[in-house]
Design a protein around this ligand. Structure first.
Ligand code: HEM
Length: 215
């Protein structure tokens, strides 16, 4: 967690530096890039640092979008049955579950320990999902760790090592619903449509693909 926080702070400082440089050399008559354009349209340096940060994150989602675009038939909603054709998305979700797992109580249970009847045992999911003996470079967010070398298949055995939904008798009974919800949530177009309430423009890839293709 500490290294994640450090990395985040370093990244924000890096973005802050870029934004500061842009402010110092900003010329309304000569808009050089996206950051200049944001300065032109927004007020508040803090807001711009946040937006530029988000844009970096969005860049890493481009591969996911490409996978969706090539594997889901246009003009219809993505379906659960498209899942086998979207290995990168499945790997991304597994990495999301692994990387973001939260620490449970620091109580370790291993073979050889005596656990009296009726003891309440908490699994330290964070430790399992970030164990350096199990995962290469556990603190980096890398969906490729779950993909075969050619990127076409998810390595099921690796996927099963992620323990987000608990283990044993009391493991989450909503696991299948939750996995499908996360999958569907990530495949729909979240472009908002403004009105009295804000809703998704269209739950299809259609609108987004048309816009992208025209660019
Ligand atoms: C990403 C979403 C979800 C995560 C990460 C998650 C995770 C968990 C975890 C870690 C447990 C505890 C397992 C244990 O005590 O060992 C649990 C229990 C449970 N979850 Fe989920 N869950 C999710 C979504 C859902 C959904 C959508 C439902 C219902 C539709 C659900 C219903 C339950 C129930 C009823 C239990 C208690 C099971 C029992 O004590 O026997 N969960 N979940």
């Amino acid at each position: 967690m500490k290294s994640f926080v450090d990395l985040n702070t370093r990244f924000t400082t890096f973005v802050q530096k870029i934004v500061n440089e842009h402010y110092a050399t900003f010329d309304k008559e000569n808009i050089r890039d996206m950051t200049d354009s944001l300065i032109d349209h927004c007020e508040g340096q803090e807001k711009i640092v946040g937006i530029v940060n988000d844009l970096f994150g969005a860049g890493s989602l481009r591969r996911l979008y490409q996978e969706l675009k090539s594997n889901v038939i246009r003009n219809r909603k993505p379906r659960l049955s498209d899942k086998p054709n979207l290995p990168l998305l499945e790997a991304f979700i597994l990495e999301l579950f692994r990387h973001s797992s939260f620490p449970h109580f620091q109580r370790h249970v291993s073979n050889g320990y005596f656990i009296p009847k009726d003891t309440c045992v908490f699994i330290n999911q964070w430790q399992i999902n970030h164990d350096p003996e199990q995962w290469e470079d556990p603190s980096s967010f890398n969906p490729d760790r779950f993909l075969s070398a050619d990127g076409t298949e998810v390595n099921k055995a690796e996927g099963e090592k992620v323990t987000t939904f608990g283990m044993g008798k009391r493991r989450c009974i909503g696991e299948i619903i939750a996995r499908n919800e996360v999958y569907l949530f990530l495949t729909v177009d979240m472009t908002p449509e403004y009105g009295l309430t804000m809703k998704h423009k269209d739950c299809r890839l259609k609108a987004r693909m048309r816009t992208r293709d025209e660019q």
